[in-house]
Design a protein around this ligand. Structure first.
Ligand code: MSP
Length: 605
């Protein structure tokens, strides 16, 4: 594709959208076949010839974050998964015909992306936090669930579906799923006695606990529980799970977490209880309203019920037909067992396909401990966004923490990285080049960028880096993708510096650097969508043109002779820490005032 074609709006014509809609609505039998017989990807799509639209319909790419507990408002740990998911969704996304809102999003790949997030609202832990806050459970859930939605808006998170496990459609799907598993003969009744961690909502093996039966994650003692419950026959699925992991090692990523999961399965799987007699705040067990469904046997189903459109008939099959199985579940490593062992076995029991991949990332830590609501050592994402902006927060955590590993937060490091990368390498390069363009060319390009780069090694280097970044995004190497895009910026700066005593202001050189900026804006847009938009509009494009960009548009050649660029205006404000004098002055003004770092705002920078 010629770079810039998307600017004409071709990829999102209503015709293309219409074709996708037809294909999407066609009732193809995608499920109710044993999961493993569907091949490694577990998809059971009818042959393309059965639907005239199937060939033109992009395969849905369903990705999910965990559904967050509403025991407390979100913290930076919860935001981390969602930021990563949003970046991946933006990279993978194409227009989804049924959601008008999405026409305003940046879409970089020709795929039909459905990005699911939501809140997990049932169970003992939530009931207890509602009581502690003096609200009834429903009011409590409404309040906390909307605080998640507000934070996602602050962080530029563009989800497609937000499911609450108290939604009616979700309850209907859970009921149907339970009945299917019952029909498979995988549910039985028994007594259970053991140690329960309320924060994990999980019975624990004594051998995994610390002193005084403390949970290693929440550092709180587990409580003795004895109950008459319904059980799921997980042990029956040992062999099928082993087979799944052998046939599809990408089912669990990164690969070191696969080893962990294989270890659990090898050591033997115990059936687990899927109902609670003592918990009222939950979905009643079908045919036994004295018990409620165990919160995990309820919440995991949110990944499927979320696929239902509002107002449509709430049936499991209907939800599945909208895009199950998921391509990617993004989760933290603490909930790997639920997603990589319990969940696929539950799906197999219900005759549904298993997801393609479960990716378990690491923890954001503070002083080496998992940041969390239970430990009370959290970092406030809202505060960070207010002080530094969403782009800085998104960039820092995705760049700084290798996706999969743990990462510690330090404000000093945050400021250094964001200033060096976004304000200096990217922001200044654009600013000084636009300044020269204004001075030497009255802000108008003298050449097409193709002509300006004729025979240039510089262009080859940039193109190689763009290919690397694409590969890294595809493989969820988000930190490396950031690094590669920054490398493009470094090459641009080096080019300008090397020409410092030569004709740096030559009209061709300026086009070369501005084309580089255009490519950076697209390649970094999954991570820093607002910054990318600001860069793009300074290059003389409109916001609408930005919204329809595809990854393909990173190809060299988007800038054309005659294009008029904006006046140079800083696109990213440096974060300034107060000097001693500032601190003294402000503490005089407001006694006891603390030294703070703040972004100075775009106009002043
Ligand atoms: N409700 C369950 C998930 C059900 S999914 C069907 C749950 N909720 S949670 O709110 O406790 O955690 C949600 C996610 O946030 C988990 O993936 C967890 O790993 C993640 N994080 C919570 N604290 C975190 C950090 N400090 N760092 C990174 N992620 C962390 O579990």
């Amino acid at each position: 594709m010629a770079a810039g074609r998307a600017f004409l709006g071709a990829p999102c014509s209503s015709l293309a959208a219409g074709a996708r809609r037809l294909a999407f609505a066609s009732p193809l039998p995608r499920t109710l076949t044993p999961a493993l017989s569907c091949g490694v990807r577990g998809r059971c799509i009818a042959s393309a010839s059965s639907s005239p639209d199937a060939a033109s319909s992009p395969e849905p790419y369903v990705l999910t974050t965990p559904l967050y507990y509403v025991n407390a408002p979100p913290h930076m740990g919860s935001a981390y998964t969602t930021i990563a998911a949003d970046a991946i969704a933006r990279f993978q996304a194409s227009l989804h015909p049924r959601l008008q809102r999405l026409q305003f999003l940046t879409r970089l790949q020709e795929k039909n992306v459905i990005f699911i997030t939501g809140t997990d609202e049932h169970g003992e832990k939530i009931a207890a936090s509602a009581e502690a806050s003096g609200r009834n459970p429903k009011e409590h859930c409404d309040t906390i669930s909307s605080s998640y939605k507000m934070l996602w808006a602050d962080l530029d998170i563009e989800y497609d579906k937000f499911i609450r496990t108290t939604d009616r459609k979700h309850e209907a799907v859970v009921n149907e799923f339970y009945s299917r598993v019952l029909d498979s003969g995988d549910i039985y009744r028994a007594d259970y006695e053991g140690l329960y961690c309320v924060s994990c909502e999980e019975y624990k093996d004594e051998k995994e606990l610390l002193e005084n039966n403390c949970c290693p994650v929440h550092l709180k003692p587990c409580v003795e529980r004895k109950e008459d419950n319904y059980f799921f026959a997980l042990s029956k699925y040992q062999h099928k799970l082993e087979e799944l992991l052998t046939r599809n090692p990408d089912f669990v990523r990164p690969s070191y977490r696969l080893n962990e999961v294989q270890g659990w399965i090898k050591s033997g799987l115990r059936d687990f209880s899927i109902s609670r007699a003592s918990v009222e705040w939950g979905i009643p067990v079908p045919n036994d309203t004295k018990q409620t469904i165990y919160v995990w046997f309820d919440a995991l189903l949110g990944y499927i019920s979320a696929l239902l459109d509002d107002g449509e008939q709430a049936s499991l099959q209907q939800a599945v037909d909208h895009g199950w199985p998921a391509s990617l579940h993004l989760i933290g490593k603490d909930i790997l067992r639920f997603h990589a062992v319990y969940w696929p076995a539950m799906l197999m029991s219900a005759g549904l396909s298993v997801p393609d991949t479960v990716f378990g990332h690491g923890f954001l830590t503070k002083d080496g401990m998992k940041m969390g609501k239970s430990l009370g050592n959290t970092l406030e994402p809202k505060d960070l966004v207010e002080r530094f902006g969403a782009d800085a927060v998104r960039y820092f955590f995705l760049r700084e923490v290798e996706f999969g590993n743990d990462g510690d937060y330090s404000e000093e490091r945050f400021i250094n990285i964001v200033n060096a990368h976004l304000a200096n390498t990217i922001g200044n390069l654009l600013n000084r080049t636009l300044g020269l363009l204004k001075k030497n060319c009255k802000s108008k390009l003298a050449f097409d960028s193709i002509a300006a780069a004729d025979g240039s090694l510089f262009r080859d280097n940039i193109e190689n880096l763009v290919d690397n970044a694409k590969h890294q995004y595809e493989n969820l190497l988000l930190s490396s993708a950031c690094e590669t895009v920054l490398e493009i910026g470094n090459l641009g700066n080096l080019y300008v510096d090397e020409q410092a005593h030569g004709p740096v202001s030559s009209k061709g050189d300026l086009v070369l650097i501005l084309e580089t900026m255009r490519i950076i804006a697209i390649a970094l847009s999954p991570i820093t969508p607002s910054l990318s938009l600001r860069i793009y509009t300074q290059l003389g494009f409109t916001e609408d043109q930005f919204r329809v960009l595809r990854w393909e548009d990173t190809k060299w050649g988007g800038l054309k002779a005659g294009q008029v660029m904006s006046e140079p205006k800083p696109v990213f404000a440096r974060i300034e820490t107060e000097t001693e004098e500032d601190a003294q002055a402000s503490s005089k003004a407001a006694k006891g005032g603390k030294k703070k770092a703040r972004s100075k705002g775009l106009v002043e920078a």
